[in-house]
Design a protein around this ligand. Structure first.
Ligand code: NAD
Length: 351
């Protein structure tokens, strides 16, 4: 069952107004960036009660304490008291940072997440993790806090750039691969643009909400959500270090293939299922090019992964399609072999 602070909406303006009229907040502030202000704010603003708007620049580079200070300053200038609320209208960057600012302002005021990217809708807005980056360390400072409401509306996706849609879709692929074979079969028979976003959103959100409700602080089950992230994140960080930025979703797609390869090598994923996975993922994401030297160096970064314990590299492996196991110890040699396999694949498979 879905937590009662999650609402799927077909009319976000109306649903927000109904929610706010029950709550009777003393003041309301809306946080946007320039894109969500232009494309999403007009879809909710006419129905909102009196409010002020904070607009910050978009981008992961803004997700830091300096921007938080600007947001807290504006909240203070607007004289928000503890009965005020913030509506965060944006992707995962805004959701994590706006939620963090609200959760810490005067020891915490209510906030309402209105996620506007696919990634934020299926992933970032569910589970209560909030925070900002600190000195190049991602999500280093933060808290766990649930929003008063998460309002999900697929209509926002109409204006989302295709690359962002593709990036978020990697998390949807991940959710189906680790939890639901039938859903995987449904999505993997369709191209990115032929997906039924309402159905996918409901599926992904229900799954993430169930996992994070059962294990809010990532002691066990929640680790399953890190599928694709051990190797994906190592490659993403390595490339960032040499000034080559790839989309987070591209990195996760690569990670799912590479970690799928290790699962296959260990006899946990049969060849037919593995091949289906590889064909579909490469058909959507193509391949990130890595030289042998880069494979060597990126593989070493898996040792730094936050989820490791002691000297062990701990990873999520596929246990067939629709199931996965977490805390599986893998070796750097396995990572290198998996990335070499990934590089050996032919470039684009069309779906
Ligand atoms: P993002 O928030 O940077 O948004 C991507 C871009 O899309 C931005 O330029 C934004 O302005 C624009 N945009 C947003 N909605 C739009 C719309 N409807 N139409 C047009 N443009 C729109 O990126 P993201 O991928 O949503 O989020 C990434 C962040 O999420 C990262 O910081 C990551 O750490 C975080 N995250 C958090 C969790 C969590 O559990 N809290 C989980 C996964 C990711």
């Amino acid at each position: 069952m879905l937590p009662d602070n999650i609402l799927f909406s077909v009319d976000p303006a109306n649903d927000l107004t109904a929610f706010l009229s029950q709550k009777k907040y003393s003041k309301l502030i809306v946080l946007t960036d320039e894109h969500t202000h232009a494309h999403c704010y007009p879809l909710i603003s006419p129905a909102l009660p009196e409010h002020s708007v904070i607009e910050i620049r978009s981008g992961e580079e803004q997700k830091n304490l300096h921007t938080c200070a600007q947001i807290w300053k504006k909240m203070t200038d607007e004289a928000l008291d503890r009965h005020a609320a913030m509506i965060v209208l944006g992707g995962g960057v805004l959701g994590d940072m706006g939620g963090f600012c609200a959760a810490t302002y005067k020891r915490g005021i209510d906030f309402i997440l209105v996620p506007t990217t696919l990634l934020a809708q299926v992933d970032a807005s569910i589970g209560g993790k909030l925070g900002v980056d600190f000195e190049h360390l991602k999500n280093h400072i933060g808290v766990f806090q649930q929003p008063a409401l998460t309002l999900l509306y697929t209509g926002f996706l109409k204006t989302l750039p295709e690359a962002e849609l593709r990036s978020g879709f990697a998390e949807v692929i991940k959710h189906t691969l680790i939890s639901d074979k039938e859903m995987w079969e449904t999505i993997s028979q369709r191209s990115l643009h032929k997906q039924d976003w309402n159905a996918l959103l409901k599926h992904s959100v229900a799954f993430k909400a169930k996992v994070t409700t059962e294990d809010p602080k990532e002691k066990g089950l929640r680790k399953i959500l890190n599928a694709g992230h051990t190797i994906g994140h190592a490659v993403e960080s390595y490339l960032l270090g040499i000034n080559q930025r790839i989309l987070h979703g591209e990195a996760i797609a690569l990670g799912l293939v590479a970690e799928g390869y290790i699962s296959h090598e260990r006899g946990m994923l049969n060849v037919v299922d593995f091949k289906d996975m590889v064909d579909y993922i490469l058909g959507i994401y193509g391949k990130v090019k890595l030289t042998e030297q880069q494979i060597e160096e990126a593989s070493q970064l898996t040792v730094q992964d936050k989820k490791n314990k002691g000297n062990k590299i701990l990873c999520v492996l596929q246990d067939g399609i629709g199931r996965a196991r977490w805390d599986c110890e893998i070796s750097i040699d396995e990572v290198k072999r998996a990335l070499s396999f990934y590089q050996s694949l032919s470039d684009i498979v069309s779906i």
